[in-house]
Design a protein around this ligand. Sequence first.
Ligand SMILES: Nc1ncnc2c1ncn2[C@@H]1O[C@H](COP(=O)(O)OP(=O)(O)OP(=O)(O)O)[C@@H](O)[C@H]1O
Length: 578
Amino acid sequence: MDSKNYNWSYKDLLFGVKRTSTKPNLIKLEQDPNNVRLRVLPTETPLKKRKILAEKIDNEDVTILSGSNLTLNNAKKKKQQQENQKDEEVLEKAQYEKIQHLKKLNRIYTWGEDIPNPFIDFSELKLPEVLIKNLTTFQIKEPTPIQMQSIPILLAKRDLLACAPTGSGKTLAFILPVVLNYLKLKKSFQRRLFAIVLEPTRVLARQTYMNFVKTCHNLPITCAFLDDNRFPEKANIIISSPKRLIFSWNQPDFDKTRLKSLRWLIVDESDRLFDHSDSSGQNFKDQLDAIIHECNGKFLKLAFFSATFSYELEDWCKNKLNDLATICIGSRNSANSSVIQQLIFTGDEHGKITALRTLVDSKLDPPALIFTGTKERAGQLFAELSSLFKNRPIQLMSSDLTDRERDTLIEQFRSGQIWILICTEMLGRGVDFSGVNMVVNFDLPTSVVEYIHRVGRTGRAGRKGFAITYFTEQDMNIVRPIATVIHQAGFEVPEYTLTLNKVSKKSKKKMKKFAPKRSTFGSVLKWEKIKKVKVKKHELKPSVLKRKVVEKSDEKCANNLVKKKKRIKNAKKAINEA
Ligand SMILES: Nc1ncnc2c1ncn2[C@@H]1O[C@H](COP(=O)(O)OP(=O)(O)OP(=O)(O)O)[C@@H](O)[C@H]1O
């Protein structure tokens, strides 16, 4: 039996490639004329019935061995066994080749011992009816490549490090196995804390929480989003930022024994978490160590997901975890292949405004996200575009807004009420705006990782997207890596950008802390005017400030509010003096 004789047919999916058979794990033996399927009848079957059956089954691949035929001598039996073993080996080989072929087609690369095979169809997971219904409601019919591979690994309860492009469905790739593993628990264990999902920001934690809620609709699972300091009492799955989680554990009424039952710790956007240093100097590695120290249950498993690969994270996982499985979909650190990318030289900052104006006037395909390097520049650009295009719904997302205002803006952008959203790195990662048609990098991102995530806000869930990146004379020392990524994805870039000097380690480090200095553009005064109005609107009276502090019962929040108030006061003073 030669596996090459199999004539599998594959169909292209939104994300990947799938074999068309509805029973993917069964090799169709009938396709090979050399195959013989054996059917053994018990000896007690009457001779008459045996004869009738033999005549009835007019099928070459079925041989009926009657009871009397089973009285083979030992030599014949041995031969038969050898042949059976050979057949099994051939079948195994065919199965192995089929899986390898499927992995190759979907660009699924794995490392680790005994990696479970990817699945092809959700029906193979034997999902409960309710779950199937929930997925279908959200148009989820076929698994994406990361889901094909990560779900079987997590169902096998293995530690995992997974890297897959932006918008490729990583969230569901951990939600589904966590939910399925939970549903498999004995009823007596089902009332306990089962999984914690860590997200780098509140916006992302809320988004992932919403995805859990949608997936678990009508299922006996309680999910909670840790938005204040209280660790939810009855939740089975908690979604939080690491900082907020640690803070909630430090509350006097927190019962640490609850963490003993924890089975899963999922870290999303994991490379950013490893990279990130907050103002207190504490980085995520320390926070994660603290979290793992507390969650030291015997059965705890860890899974890390990200769109960009970090060697630091890989080293950490290899050192700390046993029996780690690693997945990478496509090439490491490359932009999503559904996005058409363009790199445009504009000379200087005024050139950028001219180019953007032409773009908005002619071929802007809303909804669009425009990224700037700092929140000040985002404000200036907002002022500039709002005065140029008075009738277009343009908005500004800024860290000065309250959580609620940010949530509202995101919802309005998702629903199409806002056409152009100007923002900073704050929305660069993880946020799922599945309908975004265009991303404009008004300011060149300072690293390839930043570029990949920003550009990944479009071209999600298999849709096409378009990304334009501007650069000026001032960016000549940092443009090369980004030009290389765009070029490697098969798009044209100005030839000279590929041969410019490499970015030194020192300036890479510096750029992580401070945005590159850029000349101003348009009229700064316009933004100052708008800001003044905004400052008035958001001005925090002492009574409001006090109430907010009490509401949040969070000393740090209070400090931040006081600092914010001081900043606003200084800004007002500066404006008045000017
Ligand atoms: N199997 C599927 N079929 C169709 N759509 C899917 C499937 N899985 C996920 N999606 C959709 O794809 C979109 C992107 O998914 P998700 O946000 O999980 O991407 P991601 O890989 O986490 O991206 P990022 O790295 O940018 O965070 C979502 O809108 C989600 O609903």
